[in-house]
Ligand binder design. Structure first.
Ligand code: SAH
Length: 432
């Protein structure tokens, strides 16, 4: 009989990568992934607690599993990810008695050991020794775990620990394995990807990793996220500018456009530092696209300080802005010492103001692509169209016959919106 598992994932790309790694290990051990927790012997909830909203969804997912566990007590219910800290497992067990096992981010052994103890699997495996299964032409590759920053709003360092970089050789092997399985594009992941390598012998940096991975034949594109404005070195920018495979796209969270707010967030830079960094990136990597993260309604954020954030967005004109309303996270400096004093209605208004401004900016930026021909890596099909992304990470839809999955094609852009582009094949691709 085939053993079965189900994984539900919420949160960042790192969480998705962690889920993929666990899935790879379980498949290696003879399990098959199923679409419903009902049909699974092992059920995993991979959690996110970066904001209350995510945490609430995790909690309701956990309660949904309770009747399933009652009906089938043999089911192994697992809570994994950032909801689990080194200290709160007992507390979580008391709150969710139907959950069998709690795993911190990337702590896979307790689950694998339990399956071994129960006789469900015969061997032990370290998930980091396996090449994650490739499900398409793109893949996430974690390169540095944890975060050494102390942003006052952020729970992540408490849940993912201090920074730990994976050796270049280990990453190279993993990417090579992925390419053999058909992957064309990798996204290198870290909470702070620019600080890659400082803890490794010889202190290689992200640029060194770019150079090493660029040599892999068959790999077409390299992306990376997320960058911290204080850690993005000239060497990294230079490598993006020089290396053909590294895409011209930067994810650099600004979080706010006001010095006082940035200071209270303990971001470690001023608005002017940020401005200069962006100017340098644009000078060295012309035509690059930029994404950022913004938090609205941070403790003490006045109307005027919020206006400074809107001013920064209007000045820089990012391609993409991810905006979030401040959500106090128990255990952080912010939750302890900074009163959450912007009312929910006001947070919502500021959220909407950022979105409205950004919609106009993105519409303008994307409209400039009208009539241009762009390179698209085809990632999938939706209804009657193929879709994929440009090097600058813009989503493009186009109709075409044949199987184009994983192909690099040239698409002429005929319609644009703030969120996506539509076009047609410029040069008919050689169809497999
Ligand atoms: N390493 C990244 C953050 C990763 S978390 C950085 O340098 O900021 C992803 C995003 O979630 C953050 O950029 C931030 O905008 C948002 N976020 C983190 N904690 C938050 C909180 N307590 N409330 C609201 N948004 C938060």
């Amino acid at each position: 009989m085939m053993r079965t598992f189900y994984i539900w994932t919420i949160g960042c790309q790192m969480n998705q990568a962690d889920s993929d790694r666990l899935a790879t290990a379980l498949e290696f051990l003879g399990y098959r992934q199923v679409e419903s927790p009902r049909d699974a012997e092992v059920v995993v909830v991979n959690s996110c607690v970066v904001r209350q909203q995510a945490e609430d969804r995790v909690v309701s997912k956990l309660w949904e599993l309770k009747p399933l566990k009652r009906r089938d007590p043999q089911k192994v219910i697992t809570l994994m990810g950032c909801m689990v800290s080194p200290k709160n497992k007992d507390e979580l067990k008391a709150r969710f008695p139907h959950v069998d096992i709690f795993l911190r981010p990337q702590e896979y052994e307790p689950l694998l050991d339990l399956l071994k103890e129960r006789g469900c699997v015969e061997q032990v495996v370290n998930p980091f020794d396996l090449i994650p299964k490739a499900v398409g032409p793109t893949a996430y590759v974690p390169i540095i775990h944890g975060c050494n920053k102390v942003c006052t709003y952020c729970i992540i360092p408490y849940r993912r620990g201090k920074e730990r970089s994976r050796p270049i050789e280990e990453i190279r092997r993993e990417v090579q394995g992925l390419v053999w399985r058909g992957v064309k594009e990798v996204t290198l992941l870290g909470q702070n990807v620019d600080s890659y390598g400082h803890d490794l012998p010889g202190k290689p940096d992200l640029a060194d990793l770019f150079y090493a991975l660029s040599e892999i034949e068959g790999l077409k594109r390299i992306r990376f996220l997320t960058s911290h404005p204080s850690d993005m070195s000239d060497r990294i920018i230079e490598a993006v500018a020089t290396l053909d495979k590294v895409c011209e796209h930067f994810n650099v969270p600004a979080q706010a456009g006001d010095d006082e707010v940035l200071r209270r967030m303990r971001r470690g830079y001023t608005v002017d530092d940020y401005r200069k960094l962006i100017a340098k990136i644009r000078e060295k990597v012309p035509g690059c696209s930029l994404a950022t993260d913004i938090i609205v309604g941070f403790p003490g954020e006045t109307e005027e300080q919020f206006q400074h954030t809107l001013d920064l967005l209007a000045e820089i004109k990012f391609d993409v802005v991810h905006v979030a309303r401040y959500s106090p996270r128990p255990g952080t400096f912010g939750a302890k010492f900074l009163p959450d004093d912007v009312p929910p209605e006001e947070k919502k208004r500021r959220h909407r103001a950022v979105e409205e401004l950004q919609e106009k900016i993105a519409a303008e930026i994307n409209a400039r692509l009208l009539g241009q021909t762009v390179e698209v890596l085809v990632e999938g099909r939706q209804k009657d169209k193929w879709y994929g992304r440009t090097r600058t990470n813009k989503l493009v839809f186009f109709p075409a016959e044949g199987n184009l999955l994983g192909e690099l094609v040239q698409v002429r852009i005929e319609k644009t919106s703030p969120w996506a582009l539509q076009g047609t094949l410029a040069v008919p691709a050689a169809v497999a």
